[in-house]
Design a protein around this ligand. Structure first.
Ligand code: ACO
Length: 327
C-alpha cells in the first residue's frame, strides 16, 4: 500500500488588517477584552479584489513551489471551505487558475475541521493507489458571513487560505487519525440558510432566501472544544502507536488561545511546542491549520521528521485529529 508524505505547504498573503482597536470603533468592545478572552490582536480581511478562489490558488501555488511539483502533475485538488465563491463548488476555478489540467477538483465542507477532514480524505485516495499527487487547501472568507454588529462573534474571525501538497511515498507519514461528528449539537454554531416563501404559479410556492450570518453559542463550543480535542488527539496518537511525549509540535485550529492552552495543559504538551498565530490572524476557519503549519515551516520551527499533532473542531459539530510527520 502506498504511503502518504506531506512535501510542501503554502499560504496566501492578505494585505487588509483589522485590529481590535478598529473593531472597537464599530461595536462595544476593547483590545483588552478581546486579547484577554481570545489572544487575538488583529485579523486579515480579503480585499475587494480577492475571492475565495484567488486566495486558495495563491496558497496552492506556494505549496506546489515548495514541493517542487508542477500544476500539470497534480491528480486531485481538494478545497475545504464553508465560504465558496460558488455554491456549485469553487475547486474547479482553482484548478483552472493553477493550470492543473489533469486534476479532479472538488469542495469539501466541514467548517473549522475542514482541513483535517480533507487531509484524511486525500490520504485515502493515495493509499488506495488512485492518485499520487494531491493538493489540499483550507480557505475561508468568513468576513462575508459575519454579523459585524454582533460583538460576541465578529471579534473572532478573519479570512485566510493555506495549502499542503501530499505525495505517494514508500514511507507513510500520516501516522494516525480520528474523525468525529455530532449533529445533535448542530444548533451551537450555524451559518444557516433562511428560506423565504415566494409564490411561483397558482398555489405552488418556492423557497427563496439567503444565508444568515454566523450564530454561535460560544460557551458551549468552548466546553466542547476543551473536552473533545484532547480526547481525539489521544485516539489519533493511539492509532499511530505514539504518546503525547512523541509530539514535537501541536498545530491546532486557531479558535481561541485559551482553548490551545487548555488542550496543551490536559495533554501535558509544553506551551513552547504549541504553534499559535492567533494574535495576528484570529480564527480563519478551514484555513487556520495549514496557515499556522506553513508559517511554522517557513520560520524554520517545524523541521523534517518532526511529529505534528493537528486537530480541527467546529461547526457540525465536527472534530478530528491527524498525526503527521513533516516531509
Ligand atoms: N467585547 C466585550 N464584551 C463582550 C464581547 C466583546 N467582544 N463579547 C461578549 N462580551 C461580554 C458578554 O456579553 C458577557 O457579558 P455579561 O457577563 O454581562 O453577560 C461577557 O463578555 C462574557 O461573555 P462570555 O460569552 O461568557 O465570554 P467567554 O469568556 O465565554 O468568551 C468566546 C467568549 C471568546 C466566544 C469563547 O466562548 C470562545 O472562544 N468560544 C469558542 C469559540 C470557538 O472555538 N469556535 C470554534 C469554531 S468556529 C467555526 O467552526 C466556524
Amino acid at each position: 500500500m502506498p504511503g502518504v508524505s506531506l512535501v510542501g505547504s503554502g499560504s496566501a498573503c492578505l494585505t487588509v488588517q483589522l485590529t481590535n482597536d478598529d473593531l472597537s470603533q464599530r461595536v462595544d468592545t476593547s483590545d483588552e477584552w478581546i486579547a484577554a478572552r481570545t489572544g487575538i490582536r488583529q485579523r486579515h480581511l480579503a480585499a475587494a479584489t480577492d475571492s475565495l478562489s484567488s486566495l486558495a490558488t495563491e496558497a496552492a501555488r506556494n505549496a506546489l513551489a515548495m514541493a517542487d511539483l508542477s500544476a500539470e502533475e497534480v491528480d486531485l485538488i481538494l478545497l475545504a471551505t464553508s465560504t465558496p465563491d460558488d455554491l456549485f463548488g469553487t475547486a474547479c476555478q482553482v484548478q483552472a487558475a493553477l493550470g492543473a489540467t489533469r486534476a479532479v477538483a472538488f469542495d469539501l465542507t466541514a467548517a473549522c475541521s475542514g482541513f483535517v477532514f480533507a487531509l484524511v480524505t486525500a490520504a485515502q485516495y493515495i493509499r488506495t493507489g488512485v492518485f499520487k499527487n494531491v493538493v489540499v487547501i483550507g480557505a475561508d472568507v468568513l468576513s462575508r458571513w459575519t454579523d459585524w454588529d454582533d460583538r460576541t462573534t465578529c471579534v473572532l474571525f478573519g479570512d485566510g487560505a493555506g495549502a499542503v501538497v501530499l505525495r505517494a511515498s514508500e514511507r507513510d507519514r500520516l501516522l494516525g487519525f480520528e474523525l468525529c461528528s455530532d449533529g445533535s449539537l448542530n444548533h451551537c454554531l450555524n451559518l444557516a440558510y433562511q428560506p423565504e416563501t415566494a409564490p411561483l404559479v397558482g398555489d405552488i410556492n418556492v423557497q427563496m432566501g439567503t444565508f444568515s450570518p454566523i450564530t454561535m453559542n460560544g460557551r458551549e463550543v468552548y466546553k466542547f472544544a476543551v473536552s473533545r480535542v484532547p480526547e481525539v488527539i489521544e485516539k489519533a496518537l493511539f492509532r499511530a502507536g505514539l504518546t503525547t511525549a512523541d509530539i514535537d509540535w501541536m498545530v491546532l485550529h486557531q479558535a481561541n488561545q485559551r482553548i490551545l492552552d487548555a488542550v496543551a495543559d490536559r495533554l501535558g504538551v509544553p506551551s513552547d511546542r504549541v504553534v499559535s498565530n492567533m494574535a495576528r490572524h484570529g480564527n480563519t476557519s478551514a484555513a487556520s491549520i495549514p496557515l499556522a503549519l506553513d508559517e511554522a515551516v517557513r520560520a524554520g520551527k517545524i523541521q523534517p521528521g518532526d511529529v505534528i499533532a493537528t486537530a480541527g473542531f467546529g461547526a457540525g459539530l465536527t472534530w478530528g485529529a491527524a498525526i503527521i510527520q513533516w516531509r
